[in-house]
Structure formats: C-alpha cells, structure tokens
Design a protein around this ligand. Structure first.
Ligand code: F6P
Length: 321
C-alpha cells in the first residue's frame, strides 16, 4: 500500500491536527503518501481529496480545529453512497483510510471496512464517550478549558452568595462535567448517566448553604435532565438560600490549543493508526488501554466507561464538605 487517506469527522476536538500530522509523517517514513479528505465523510461523497506532504503539516501540533475540516454527512448514511466512496478511493489508488472522530465516525469507518476498504479509526471527541478506549483525543483540553471558566465563575459566585450553574458539553456524556466538576471543586455535578430530580438538587443546595459556603457551583452536562436556563428558572422559583445564574460554556470547549496530554496522545495514536493500516490491519480502533496505545478489533469493544465509576462519588462527597 503506497497511498492512504485521512479524514476528521463529527465534532472537532483539540489534537485532531496533531494526529493528522502524525499520520502523514508516520506514513512518509514508510514511503506512503497521505491524501487529506476535506470536511469529513462529505469529502468522500463529493470527491474532495488533496495530497498532504510532510512539510504541509508543520506547525500544527499546537493548533485547535482541523486543517482539513470536519463535519457530519447525511448522504454517507445511504449504502449506495458509501459504495460510491469506496469506488472513488480505489480509483484514486487509496489503499486505506484513517478516520479521526467519535462514535458515529467509527460506525462509518466500520461500514467502509465491511465494503472492503481498509479502515483504522482514531478516537477524537471532547466527550470521551467511545467504547473500547479509556480516553479520546480532545477531552483533556476541553476539561482544562472548562476548569478555567469555572474557577473564574466561582470568584463572582462567592462575592454574591450565588448558585452558579455552568453547562458544559456532552449531549450523551457526563465525562467533562464530572472531571471538570471534581477538578474545580463544584458542589453539585449533574450528568445524563445519573439523572436526578429537582427536589434532590434543592436539598443538596440547602446542605451546601448549611455548611457555611458562600457559593454553590453546579456543573451540568448538556445532556442532563434540564438545560441550564431551565434549571436556573426552577431554582429561582423555589425557596433556596442561593439566587441562581447560569453560564453555557458551549463551543469554547471545542477549540483552542491542545494540552500536552492531548498532543502526545494524538501523536502516538496517529503513528499507531498509519502503522496499523500499512501493516494490513482493518476494522480496528486505536485505543488507550492500560496506559498503552493499542489497535483493537472495532467489532468487539466493551461499552464506554461510566464517568462516575469506582471511587469518584465518595471522593466528591469528601472533598465538598
Ligand atoms: O463533539 C461532541 C459535541 O461537542 C457534543 O458535546 C455536543 O453535544 C455536540 O458535539 C455538538 O455538536 P454540533 O457541532 O453539531 O453542534
């Protein structure tokens, strides 16, 4: 195989560029050319491929976003369109594809693999909600961004004796909420995985107040039972010791320069992905397991971990006294 392609798909994640760079350079060491596919699977559907030379991926390690663009493609969900994509890749002399993205992107890659186009997926999403890997590229950076914001919000919350609701990303995943909440000392953390009711939130707020705290930080995952505005209204309509305000952090969490952890993870995973493809593997997910980068059969992955696993609930209780 002397030509492979790479695409980034779904919501972008800091570190995707570092991963593209690693794929290009690892392939070039083995004398293989890398073609960049523009805007995720859309670029396969619309036939937009462009060579990525080693020098063209310079100065990308530190850049957020994706230089080849990312996206979601409705057309790609159609089987006949996917077959067209495989035919196109073959006609371009592309022998395999690296897909950097989340769960939906992995499913797309597996479909191409079943059609005979070798694929390797690298987990890239800030949500850290993929099966088979302990961490995804971009999650660490998103948590850093969220913590920086929550630290600032706590300053003003304390000054005004307020409850501050901070909504972080994660439509189906509370990972950012749990980790940022723990690292920023949030009093209450609400996730889609462990839904709770308003009475419980109000009771917790009362407990926080009776401990003498001057603020109550509530970190809320996007997919938790209420959007931030709604929860704020419900709290302010109830008898609580804290007046509530909210902040939705939104897309600020998706951009920005990747942390050292994400740069290193993305680089190691990118090299693994190129090597796996060039060694003849297909239908695999590059994963972080037992502190190692490994390539795993993507049809046999264990479900993603619950972000509230093991010791974290009691750690949260103890540290929030
Ligand atoms: O990439 C994951 C994510 O950021 C989720 O946390 C969020 O729910 C979703 O993407 C938003 O996607 P979009 O870019 O389509 O608004």
């Amino acid at each position: 195989m002397d030509r492979i392609a790479v695409l980034t798909s779904g919501g972008d994640a800091p570190g995707m560029n570092a991963c593209i760079r690693a794929v290009v350079r690892a392939a070039s060491v083995r004398s293989a050319q890398v073609m960049g596919v523009w805007d995720g699977y859309n670029g396969l559907v619309d036939q937009r491929l462009q060579p990525l030379a080693s020098r063209e991926v310079a100065n990308m390690l530190q850049r957020g976003g994706s230089i080849i663009g990312s996206g979601r493609s409705a057309a790609f969900l159609r089987p006949e369109v996917r077959q067209g994509c495989v035919d196109y890749l073959r006609a371009q002399g592309v022998g395999g594809l690296v897909v950097i993205g989340g769960d939906g992107s992995l499913k797309g890659a597996q479909e191409l693999h079943r059609l005979g186009m070798p694929t390797v997926t690298v987990p890239g999403t800030i949500d850290n909600d993929m099966p088979g890997t302990d961490i995804t590229i971009g999650a660490d950076t998103a948590i850093h961004t969220a913590i920086g914001a929550i630290d600032r919000i706590r300053d003003t919350a304390s000054a005004h004796h307020r409850a501050m609701i901070v909504e972080v990303m994660g439509r189906h995943s509370g990972y950012i909420a749990v980790m940022a909440g723990l690292a920023a000392g949030a009093e209450i953390i609400l996730t889609p995985e462990r839904p709770t009711d308003l009475d419980h939130v109000l009771e917790e707020m009362q407990t926080v107040f009776s401990r003498g705290k001057r603020h109550c930080i509530i970190v809320l995952a996007e997919g938790a039972p209420w959007p931030a505005a709604e929860l704020t209204r419900l709290i302010n309509d109830s008898p609580t010791p804290f007046e509530a305000r909210y902040t939705v952090l939104g897309y600020v969490q998706r951009g920005g320069s990747p942390t050292p952890f994400d740069r290193i993870l993305a680089t190691r995973m990118g090299v693994k992905a190129a090597d796996a493809l060039l060694d003849g593997h297909s239908g695999v997910l590059v994963a972080w397991k037992d502190a190692r980068v490994v390539a795993r059969d993507a049809d046999h992955l264990e479900p993603r971990a619950d972000p509230w696993a093991d010791d974290l609930p009691s750690v949260h209780l103890v540290t929030n006294l």
